[in-house]
Design a protein around this ligand. Structure first.
Ligand SMILES: [Zn+2]
Length: 230
């Protein structure tokens, strides 16, 4: 997860206001365009880019239209893929649009040798509330990436997780190849490769948190590339 800024998109807010009056859906083109732009067409949970199944996620549970305050609240609408939306329960997790929740630095994101995702809390604060949010977030993300924690008899979720991990590993391998090339290439080739590395480290790219932790975990890489985190 990485931080996304929730802007005051007037078109989207206006469309939601109108939908609330008539009891309509919160998925008008104005709302969808604004959400897609704000989240760079990335699922806020798994960080998959350009998902083929898109859900408008209500971050705080809304109990359908019985709770219009949350249902039509612009700040409560997030861009999610179908896989993650299905996996999410109503337990409180870190909010990637809240600057106080340092979503990419409080959790360490790694892939182990057996190509499973490993997540670890590296939060050093004392807030019990944040510790609970972090643990819940880790639990949810492990369900999403590793397919663990589904109810018995759920078979599709874990298969989707496996497909997601294939995309994750391919993307992270591409990034590692760029880093290796940067080390080995001629001086005149460096700017071109650096451009690619910067693109990988931008929050707009797929699976950014994993790539950033490759950088943060190595003193040399950290000194060289941490400055490109946006
Ligand atoms: Zn997702």
């Amino acid at each position: 997860m990485v931080y996304f800024e929730k802007t005051d998109n007037e078109n989207a807010k206006k469309a939601l206001k109108e939908a609330k009056i008539i009891g309509g859906e919160c998925k008008s083109p104005e709302v969808l365009n604004a959400l897609c732009e704000e989240f760079y067409n990335k699922c806020y949970l798994c960080e998959q880019k350009n998902p083929t199944s898109i859900h408008v996620e209500h971050f705080e549970a809304h109990n359908a239209k019985n709770n219009p305050k949350f249902y039509y609240s612009w700040k409560n609408l997030f861009w999610s893929c179908g896989h993650c939306n299905q996996a999410k329960d109503n337990i409180p997790i870190l909010n990637c649009t809240n600057k106080k929740h340092d979503v990419s630095n409080w959790i360490k994101y790694k892939i182990d040798d057996s190509e499973k995702v490993i997540l670890e809390s590296v939060y050093e604060g004392t807030s019990e509330k944040y510790k609970k949010f972090i643990n819940n977030t880790i639990k949810l993300l492990l369900k999403i990436y590793n397919g663990v924690g589904y109810k018995e008899g759920t078979y599709l979720g874990p298969i989707e997780s496996e497909n997601l991990r294939k995309k994750l590993i391919e993307e992270v391998d591409n990034f590692k190849t760029c880093l290796k090339k940067y080390e080995e290439c001629l001086a005149e080739e460096k700017p071109q490769i650096l451009k690619k590395i910067k693109r990988h480290l931008s929050k707009q790219s797929a699976f950014t948190a994993f790539k950033r932790w490759i950088i943060l975990d190595n003193e040399y890489l950290k000194k060289e590339f941490e400055k490109y985190f946006d």
